[in-house]
Design a protein around this ligand. Structure first.
Ligand SMILES: Nc1ncnc2c1ncn2[C@@H]1O[C@H](COP(=O)(O)OP(=O)(O)OP(=O)(O)O)[C@@H](O)[C@H]1O
Ligand SMILES: [Mg+2]
Length: 229
């Protein structure tokens, strides 16, 4: 039998979702995870293969680029398109979801989350699925952004506002006891632009300033309140 990932030593299964299965293990003795995209049996196999490969390709490319410029995302160590598998650095820690569910709302941590998102946005990338499951907090309290399968380069203000709006809705719905969580995330988001200065233009244009994104977020929130979407 062919062993597709000889270097990845499989450990326990961490997560079985609709889209992906995540297994912990080691890669050349470093803590790693293997993310295997599940087959969509209802889709024609050729189409499924093409779509899976397209999404993996985009996820991997963006993560390699982001990691190399210091955006906190796990390092990619191996990719196997045939088996729809990615091996990446394991972030030892917890999902932000679990931390907030345990009633821990640490202002310093939420500010760091805002800064991590802003750092991604300053590099002209929107996440596309900013849930509290897709933000991991390492044991030493540093946030990492994961699950970039829907991420993309973006130059329109709206995409940035929507990225934050998704997080805001999730914080409101799943952690209502933690008031002000989003307010602190926004503080961190704005603070990073003050620390780093004006945004540097990316190849396709200039990503919007933090102030403009937050203004747009407020407009989106109003829109949703009045029109329900
Ligand atoms: N690099 C990593 N280090 C540690 N844990 C991880 C890592 N990547 C993923 N996980 C864990 O696995 C979970 C699912 O991973 P991910 O978000 O990438 O998959 P998914 O596309 O959301 O899967 P599904 O949609 O099927 O739920 C994460 O919420 C996290 O708990
Ligand atoms: Mg996820």
């Amino acid at each position: 039998m062919e062993v597709p990932f000889a270097e990845f030593a499989t450990g326990e299964i961490l997560h079985v979702g609709a889209e992906a299965e995540i297994t912990a293990g080691t890669w050349f003795s470093k803590p790693a995870i293997q993310k295997i995209r599940r087959k969509r049996t209802w889709r024609h196999p050729d189409l499924d293969y093409r779509l899976t490969r397209k999404r993996m390709n985009s996820e991997v490319k963006l993560m390699i680029k982001l990691h190399s410029i210091g955006v906190p995302v796990p390092a990619i160590w191996d990719v196997d398109f045939e088996n729809a598998s990615i091996v990446m650095q394991k972030i030892e820690g917890k999902q932000l979801f679990e931390i907030l569910n345990n009633g821990i709302s640490d202002a310093e941590l939420l500010k760091k989350v805002g800064k991590a998102i802003r750092y991604l946005h300053r590099n002209a990338i929107i996440h596309g699925d900013l849930s509290t499951n897709n933000i991991l907090i390492s044991q030493n309290g540093e946030p990492y952004l994961i699950d970039l399968g829907l991420a993309s380069m973006e130059y329109e203000l709206e995409g940035y506002g929507i990225d934050l709006h998704v997080l805001h809705e999730i914080l409101r719905a799943s952690h209502p006891s933690i008031d002000d969580a989003m307010k602190i995330v926004i503080e961190g988001y704005l603070e990073l632009d003050i620390e780093l200065g004006d945004v540097i233009p990316a190849p396709g244009g200039k990503p919007p300033s933090a102030t403009d994104v937050i203004k747009r977020l407020e407009q989106i929130m109003k829109r949703v309140r009045y029109h329900g979407g």
